[in-house]
Structures are given as structure tokens and as C-alpha cells.
Design a protein around this ligand. Structure first.
Ligand code: ADP
Length: 384
């Protein structure tokens, strides 16, 4: 009798525990269901094996515009454009999810009101214990804003590239074609000088001198423009030895070195993937400027160094010349911008614009740190 009572009690306890476990399971399921329903940045749907939509969450309403009543029981193909439906995209995605367990896809999808949104979709196949596919979990993220921003950036970059190449084309044609009439003016002026110098009066001689000087200067400016538009036309070389480049530049600059009495030290420099001719022009401009803008009252020292940083190779050309006021730090890199008259220092104001374009071609940047009266440090970074 006692044994029977004890058995009944154990049975009762077991039933009670089972009931509690069921209750807990239901609560967990309900709160999981609530959680999924509340998520509103992602549309989360269960889909039957034939594509029928089985449930709904807030994200479906927010992203696709459908309420639960409007979407449950419908075919999930309603989210696809006519073109995608004709191309059997929905069927292909389900087949891929069956084959691989999971598939991801990005594309335009339809909202209830017929407008399009850019979606990132993950479809995961659900299995029973026997391993058979019972349906699918479909998670959709609305990436329309990101997509539009990318699209705008792409259009902007394309327009910029077109404008840039038009501008380069224009600069090239203008500077190339201007050279021809300028050459005629130059030789005609030369002929007049040869035939009439000293034969008219001193005013005429002075005018002729001015004409010749102006023609020469204009020809320098035009040549500078032509060189500028030609930068980057050649191929990049994967092994450009900067030590060799600087050595060649210094050989070319022998007469300026003698004139300026510069003492130049060059540290060990790296080998880079670069445009060789352009890199040579870069060092040439910076080194010749360092000699040109020397301080007349002291020995000129120029140091060339390079070190590797997170951004790439950082080069520095340091001089103890006249220096530059910090407020002109950006202006000097603009085309034809100079801080001195050509009587004080020869030049066209194009050298540093070349340098800026060359460094940009190497995905780098250039700047100057300077103390007026003490010297300048021209620095540029070229990605390694
Ligand atoms: P240019 O040398 O033909 O005048 P750049 O474009 O090479 O043209 O230089 C622009 C201006 O920047 C120069 O006119 C000069 O005022 C200033 N500059 C360039 N390099 C130096 C330097 N090393 N020291 C002082 N000033 C400099």
C-alpha cells in the first residue's frame, strides 16, 4: 500500500516537473518569438519549402511595408522584381540554400508600394532530425542608403575623372599649340634685333629687349604647363632606386651646386614602385629650390633622408635657406604661385605644383615645415 502511494507521489512529481518544463519551454519560445518580432532593422521570415511565408516580424513592415495579415500565407516571390522572377532568382536562391545550407544575395527588391530597396538577404535552410529540409529562414537587411551613397560616390568619381582628363587634354593642346606661334614671334623678334638693334633709337632697343624677355618667359611657362600635363603618361616601374635617382639629379645640378657651394648629404634611400621620370623631377625640383632659395650670408647645407612610417616612405629634403612664412605653406604648391619677384629669384612657380601632382600620382602627400630666415623641411610620403 505504502509502495503504491510512494509510486503515485513520484508519478505526480514527474508530471508536475514535466508541466513546469513545458511552461518554461513555452515562455522561452514566446520570448524568442517576441524578440524576433520586435527586431525592426532586419526583416525576418520563416518560409515553407514551397516558398509560402509562415510568419512576420516588425522589420518586414518597416523594410517592405507589409503587416502580418498582408504577408503571412503569401508567396515570398512577391518581394522580387518581375525581371528577377522571370530569371528564376527566388528559385535559384532556395535551391542554393538547400544545396549549401545557406545562401547570401544582394539586389533590388520590391516594397509593398512598388518602390525598390537594395537588400542584403541571407536564406538558411531548416532541417528536421532526419536531415530533410523543412523550410527556410530568410533575413533581409535594407542597404539602400549605403548603396545610394556608393552609387553617388561612383558617379561623382566618374565625373571627376572625365573632367580631369578633359582638363589635362585641354592643357596639353593649349600649351602644345601655343608653342608654335610663340616660336614665330621669338624668331621674328630675333631677326628684328639682329637687323635693327642700335639703328633706330634707344627706346626701340629697350622695347626689343622686353619683347625677347617676355617671349622667353612665356615659352618657359608654356613648357612648364606642357610638362605638367604630360606627367604620369609613362608606366610605373616596380623597382625604382631612389639612391640612383638622387645621384643622377645631383649630377644634372652640378652647376647650381658649384654656384651655391652647397654641402649635400644623402642618407640611404629606399627602392620603390614608382614613376621613375616623375620621381626624378620631384627630387630635382626640391633640390634645385633648396639651392635657389639659399641664405646669402651662410654656408648652405642640404640633407636628404627617408624613413618608413605607417603611411609609407617619408622623405625629407631639409635646407638652411631663407625659409617660408607658414601662411604660404599651401599656396606655394599651387600652379604659378611664387613668393618672390623673378628679379629676386628666377622661376615660373610651377615646380612645386609638379611635385604635388607627382606625389598625388603615388597616392601620397607633400607639405613643408619651415621657419622664415632659418630654413625649410620639404616632406613627402609615398606609399610603400
Ligand atoms: P619657382 O621655384 O619656379 O618659383 P616653385 O613652385 O618651385 O616655383 O616654388 C614656389 C615658391 O615656393 C617659390 O617661388 C619660393 O617662394 C617658395 N619656395 C620653394 N622652395 C623653397 C625653399 N627651399 N626655400 C624657400 N622658399 C621656397
Amino acid at each position: 500500500m505504502n509502495r503504491r502511494r510512494a509510486l503515485r507521489k513520484r508519478l505526480h512529481d514527474a508530471e508536475r516537473q514535466l508541466h513546469l518544463a513545458r511552461l518554461e519551454l513555452k515562455q522561452t519560445r514566446d520570448s524568442y518569438q517576441n524578440m524576433v518580432e520586435e527586431v525592426n532593422d532586419y526583416a525576418i521570415l520563416m518560409i515553407a519549402i514551397d516558398g509560402t511565408i509562415l510568419n512576420w516580424n516588425k522589420g518586414v513592415e518597416k523594410i517592405k511595408g507589409y503587416t502580418a495579415g498582408e504577408v503571412i500565407g503569401k508567396d515570398f516571390r512577391i518581394f522580387y522584381t518581375a525581371k528577377d522572377r522571370a530569371a528564376k532568382v527566388p528559385e535559384q536562391l532556395l535551391a542554393a540554400a538547400v544545396a549549401d545550407g545557406r545562401v547570401q544575395h544582394e539586389g533590388w527588391r520590391l516594397r509593398k508600394d512598388g518602390t525598390l530597396f537594395w537588400s542584403n538577404v541571407t536564406i538558411t535552410a531548416m532541417h528536421n532530425r532526419a536531415g530533410e529540409v523543412t523550410g527556410f529562414l530568410k533575413i533581409t537587411h535594407d542597404l539602400t542608403e549605403r548603396r545610394l551613397a556608393e552609387e553617388n560616390r561612383r558617379i561623382y568619381t566618374e565625373k571627376l575623372e572625365i573632367k580631369n582628363s578633359e582638363l589635362e587634354q585641354f592643357t596639353y593642346i593649349a600649351s602644345h599649340d601655343l608653342q608654335e606661334p610663340l616660336r614665330s614671334i621669338s624668331s621674328l623678334a630675333q631677326m628684328i634685333v639682329e637687323q635693327y638693334a642700335g639703328k633706330i633709337d634707344e627706346h626701340a632697343d629697350a622695347y626689343l629687349r622686353f619683347i625677347t624677355q617676355s617671349v622667353n618667359r612665356m615659352s618657359q611657362l608654356i613648357k612648364g604647363l606642357l610638362d605638367y600635363s604630360r606627367l604620369g603618361k609613362a608606366e610605373q616601374d616596380p623597382h625604382v632606386d631612389c639612391n640612383e635617382i638622387v645621384a643622377t639629379v645631383l649630377e644634372d645640378l652640378q652647376s647650381s651646386m658649384r654656384e651655391s657651394q652647397a654641402i649635400i648629404t644623402v642618407a640611404h634611400l629606399p627602392i620603390l614602385s614608382a614613376y621613375p621620370m616623375e620621381l626624378k623631377l620631384l627630387f630635382q625640383n626640391l633640390l634645385s629650390n633648396a639651392m635657389k632659395f639659399r641664405h646669402k650670408d651662410r654656408q648652405l647645407y642640404i640633407d636628404v633622408t627617408a624613413c618608413l612610417t605607417d603611411e609609407g616612405w617619408l622623405f625629407e629634403i631639409r635646407d638652411n635657406g631663407i625659409g617660408i612664412e607658414p601662411r604660404f605653406g599651401d599656396k606655394i604648391f599651387e600652379i604659378f604661385q611664387r613668393l618672390h619677384s623673378k628679379a629676386a629669384y628666377e622661376g615660373t612657380g610651377i615646380g612645386l605644383a609638379h611635385c604635388k601632382k607627382i606625389v598625388a600620382m603615388h597616392n601620397g602627400r607633400i607639405w613643408v615645415d619651415s621657419i622664415p630666415g632659418k630654413g625649410s623641411r620639404f616632406k613627402f610620403i609615398i606609399s610603400a
